[in-house]
Structures are given as structure tokens and as C-alpha cells.
Design a protein. Structure first.
Length: 248
């Protein structure tokens, strides 16, 4: 079937009048920027265009809720970014509640108004993307969100954090700041891996036998073996119960 026939199929099956079918299909095609493709066959479409046709089939039915179940999982990286943008645009144009299931935290953070994070079927946290990222309720949420995720270390491994063996201290890589002056660093260690990314550099280091990743400005650390001393704003330090993983 053509793109038009694919999108019109469910409406024809339900006996919707032809004029209304045409109106609904054309409206959905315009929303998805595929109105010029209506006479094409599936084999003539790119992967992204096929995904938009699939969304169009749902839009024409005017549902009360959309359910997206990992819609981008089979696409290559470049197309996944493109389609994520398409879905965000669709969400802004069509005021319909959308439930979007994904293992990709970037999709969740960029598309959601509210996120429900599940761990083996149990809800770990419900909140806005900012709430989930900035105040994770558990160590699972802290280590699931962010790329790289939050560093979690025993309190005893960090100066000034006490010797509480039952507490974990968390800090995100971007909240670790190069120490340029004196004073006791929040943490220090030797770089084990240096990954230049252009705009910044990911530096992995060993802190008392624990792996830590810091996102630093470029060229501060150039090679493995360099000594690294880092500070952290107390407002960006998180504490968790080591046994339960719950936020303290």
C-alpha cells in the first residue's frame, strides 16, 4: 500500500467517510512533514520516513493516549537523533498524552515532562527530568542518569566527608572542578585514562582504589599518570545509605 493507504487503513476499516479520512490523513501528513510522500510505496522510503508513517497511522485515529515502545531502538545513531527531534516536534504540535518506554536515558531526559524510572518492575523515582537528574532518590537513579553517570564512593575515601562506613557520597563528573589553589582537595588521584572530546575532556582516575570520572576543560590533564586534584561545591554533593541505596 502507498503511504496514504497505510495511514488511512484503520479509518477505512472503521467505516469513516472518505472525506473525513482524506482530511485526517492530510492533517497528519502535514504535522509529520510527509505530505509529499503520500503516493510512495514503503520500499521508496528511508527508515526515518517509515517511522513517521507509523506515527501518522496513530495520529489519524485521534487517540487519547500515544504509547511509544522503544520506537528508535532499531535505528542507527544519526537517524535516532533525527527521529528524537521529530518526536519532540510532534509532542509540541499534538496535545495528546504520550507514554514513551525507553532504556535510553537521553531520550527520556529530552522528551519527557515527567519520568518514571523502573528497576526490575519497581518504581525508583517519579519526577521531572531536572528533579531526577539533580536530586536522584536512590543510587540506582544516580548511576542510571547522566553520561557518564554519577560517581559514587564510600564516605571514608574522601577528605572531610567523615568515616561513616554506611554512607556513599555521590558527585557528577561535570561538578568536579580542577583545584588551582591551595587547601585540601575534595578528592585526588592519578589519571588512569584521558579521553579528549574537543570541548572538554573525560579523565578517569583512581581514588583510594575507587574509579572516578571527571569532566574537565580541555588540556588540563594530558596523559595517564598525571596527578589530579579536584574540588566540588557542597551543593552538588549527594549522600546515600550504602545498604539501601536511598538518598539521605
Amino acid at each position: 500500500m502507498t503511504v496514504y493507504d497505510n495511514m488511512a487503513f484503520s479509518l477505512r476499516y472503521r467505516g469513516v467517510p472518505k472525506g473525513e479520512i482524506k482530511q485526517r490523513v492530510e492533517r497528519a501528513a502535514q504535522i509529520l512533514d510527509i505530505d509529499m510522500l503520500q503516493k510512495r510505496m514503503p520500499r521508496q522510503l528511508s527508515g526515518g520516513q517509515r517511522q513517521r508513517v507509523a506515527m501518522g497511522r496513530a495520529i489519524v485515529r485521534d487517540p487519547k493516549v500515544f504509547l511509544f515502545d522503544e520506537p528508535l531502538s532499531n535505528l542507527d545513531a544519526k537517524l535516532r537523533v533525527q527521529m528524537r527531534t521529530e518526536i519532540k516536534r510532534l509532542r509540541e504540535r499534538v496535545a495528546t498524552t504520550t507514554i514513551y518506554v525507553t532504556h535510553d536515558q537521553v531520550e527520556a531526559m529530552t522528551l519527557a515532562d515527567r519520568i518514571v524510572i523502573l528497576n526490575h518492575g519497581r518504581i525508583e523515582q517519579v519526577g521531572t527530568p531536572d528533579q531526577v537528574y539533580e536530586t536522584p532518590a536512590t543510587t540506582f537513579v544516580a548511576s542510571f542518569t547522566g553520561a557518564p553517570p554519577m560517581n559514587l564512593l564510600p564516605a571514608a575515601a574522601l577528605p572531610g566527608q567523615g568515616s561513616n562506613a554506611d554512607m556513599l557520597v555521590g558527585v557528577r563528573p561535570e561538578h568536579l572542578v580542577w583545584q588551582s589553589g591551595g587547601g585540601t582537595p575534595f578528592l585526588s588521584g592519578k589519571a588512569t585514562v584521558v579521553e579528549p572530546l574537543g570541548a572538554d575532556t573525560l579523565v578517569s582516575l583512581d581514588v583510594a582504589g575507587h574509579a572516578v570520572i571527571a569532566r574537565l576543560p580541555p588540556k588540563l590533564v594530558r596523559r595517564a599518570g598525571d596527578q589530579v586534584m579536584l574540588m566540588a561545591d557542597p551543593a552538588n554533593i549527594h549522600r546515600f545509605d550504602r545498604a539501601t541505596g536511598a538518598r539521605l
